[in-house]
Design a protein around this ligand. Structure first.
Ligand code: GLY
Length: 567
């Protein structure tokens, strides 16, 4: 009798708290959605999710888990996870205090505005996208060290790094998605690397192969033992500078020593009854996420269906207007007076939508900036700990495998983040994004980003932790997930897995995932004047939603190897 009662309690518990939706693959089972009692983590790779969760189980807070996860992703997800790149973190603690950490890469001291132009003044895109000159000074280790000093609960740096040292040493099984990425990039790895490594070798990868990274394990050991100095000084710094000198790079010892992560006040906005807490410049994400939400607020999007012509048209028109402003007004606030208050002013936002026609697409040529400046491989993770502290962290080396250069003897990829600067006004970057004076290259400056790690509060309580990779599509992916949950009232799982679409002012095209619009909607959108283009996957969102009963819906995007866990 006692056993039956116990069994039914366990079953009830499972039914209410462990609703899993999983995908099996030869190397891993990817859990895409799990409902947990109070703790959740979703990342781009099962190994990283497991490492982050183990830290939470040892009593670490969301910051401890974020640090361990950032380093784990550098091992198991080298296409975007990194110690050779940078990122942004939005942190909201259990009391509601919120802050952000900017650990974006910085331009080396020898960088200058025209460094990617030829003698005729034309931009040489390859130089800012591949090879040593494309790399900014990495910020990830500096950022994690800074977060550790300020907010770690465990106060044991070694404990946070050791799992990644072990993972790099003993290796992990690679997934189907990784096989194609490693094999398809081989030629570029051979072209841009100056020393032999696992990626430019003759090996043709197959699913389940083990990736062991001994050099990376040594680098992580130096970071484990010496903290920030283990990366920016000592033998790892020597290897980075040697690597620069073997290629066309300009990063020096002084650049590495001078790197600084910065705490910044979040961008805060109100959308209906929600408080949106997001990333300020050098990210454009927070400002334009809030701008777009505010643009659609008067138009009652909740009266329409998700992906209906009316809803899609309204969202596209807000995206068109926001991205026009992005191209002109955004850059690193430490170098350029970004008009944040003006961009978020309600009267300004209303004016931007004054020429919105519910029946007809605007023409991007007619929309100019207001009057007063990846592959898309980045990665995001979301974490909530058992006290209710939350981390939303997006990190990147820019496009897949960054500048394709692995630091000889140190085993990690360097970023190609310099391409996120405006090499020349009017010349699009990899993501087709345009830029101007605000985002020109200057020594020590941080390049403009679209990364949008975001936390949403409702009634003063934590409601959603969300973010995405995807270059220019990051902001629209986060935007659409928020609208799906809070306007279309979908579950967080459905909000994340729903097809997405994207407009970025120029080119004047609605890019969309194949399953996004049915034939009737397509025809209606085209008759309104929109040009549609099917462009494959958009974004890879990791989200944690706090349900009415306080439990968490932890969601990992189905578009990749992403994995959610919780308890
Ligand atoms: N590198 C992509 C971004 O920061 O937006």
């Amino acid at each position: 009798m006692k056993f039956i009662r116990l069994a039914s309690i366990v079953l009830l518990f499972c039914a209410s708290f462990i609703t899993c939706k999983s995908i099996k693959s030869p190397a891993y089972t990817f859990t895409k959605s799990v409902t947990s009692q109070s703790v959740g983590i979703a990342t781009a790779h099962p190994e990283a999710t497991k490492i982050g969760l183990a830290i939470l189980k040892k009593g670490g807070n969301a910051i401890d888990a974020a640090i361990a996860t950032q380093f784990a992703l550098a091992v198991c997800y080298p296409v975007a996870g990194n110690i050779g790149g940078g990122g942004f973190m939005v942190y909201r603690d259990k009391t509601g205090f919120a802050t952000t950490l900017d650990f974006r890469e910085m331009a080396p001291a020898a960088a200058f505005a025209d460094m990617y132009l030829d003698a005729n003044g034309d931009a040489i895109s390859e130089l800012s996208r591949a090879g040593h000159l494309a790399s900014g000074v990495p910020g990830s280790v500096g950022g994690m060290w800074e977060a550790f000093q300020k907010y770690s609960k465990l106060k044991d740096w070694k404990m946070l790094i050791q799992p990644s040292v072990d993972l790099a040493k003993k290796g992990f099984r690679i997934t189907e998605a990784q096989v194609s990425k490693f094999n398809n990039r081989k030629e570029e790895f051979i072209k841009y690397n100056t020393s032999p490594n696992q990626f430019n070798s003759d090996k043709i990868w197959t699913v389940g192969d083990k990736l062991v990274q001994e050099d990376l394990a040594k680098t992580l050991t130096a970071v484990r033992d010496n903290g920030r100095a283990g990366f920016y000084q000592g033998w790892v710094a020597d290897r980075i500078v040697d690597e620069m000198q073997r290629g066309n790079g300009i990063i020096t010892h002084q650049d590495l020593k001078n790197y600084k992560a910065v705490w910044r006040d979040p961008i805060i906005g109100q959308y209906k009854d929600l408080k949106i807490i997001s990333m300020p410049p050098p990210s454009s994400g927070g400002i334009f996420l809030i701008q777009m939400l505010d643009m659609i607020e008067p138009y009652g999007i909740a009266n329409h269906k998700m992906h209906s012509p009316e809803a899609a048209h309204l969202v596209v028109e807000s995206e068109r207007r926001a991205y026009a402003d992005r191209a002109t007004h955004l850059g690193d606030m430490d170098y350029y007076p970004v008009p944040i208050n003006e961009l978020l002013d309600q009267a300004y936002i209303k004016k931007r939508m004054a020429n919105f026609d519910a029946q007809k697409a605007s023409i991007s040529e007619d929309i100019q900036a207001g009057d007063f400046a990846e592959s898309e491989q980045t990665t995001h993770f979301s974490i909530v700990d058992d006290e209710g502290n939350a981390v939303s962290l997006t990190t990147t080396i820019n496009t897949g495998f960054g500048c394709k250069v692995v630091v000889g003897g140190a085993g990690f990829f360097l970023n190609n983040e310099m391409d996120d600067f405006s090499a020349k006004p009017g010349v699009p970057n990899f993501f087709g994004l345009l830029g101007a004076e605000a985002n020109k290259i200057e020594p020590g400056k941080r390049m403009l980003s679209s990364m949008t790690p975001t936390i949403v509060e409702k009634d003063g309580k934590l409601s959603l932790v969300v973010g995405s990779p995807g270059g220019s599509t990051i902001i629209t992916s986060v935007y659409q997930v928020i609208v799906n949950i809070f306007d279309f009232k979908t579950s967080a799982t459905d909000a994340v897995q729903a097809p997405r679409f994207h407009h970025q002012w120029k080119p004047d095209i609605v890019m969309h995932e194949s399953a996004c619009f049915d034939e009737t909607t397509r025809k209606q959108l085209m008759s309104m004047g929109h040009t549609l283009k099917d462009r494959g996957k958009i974004g890879r969102v990791e989200a944690i939603y706090v349900k009415a009963d306080g439990s968490l819906e932890v969601v990992a995007d189905k578009r990749g190897d992403d994995h959610a866990m919780g308890y």
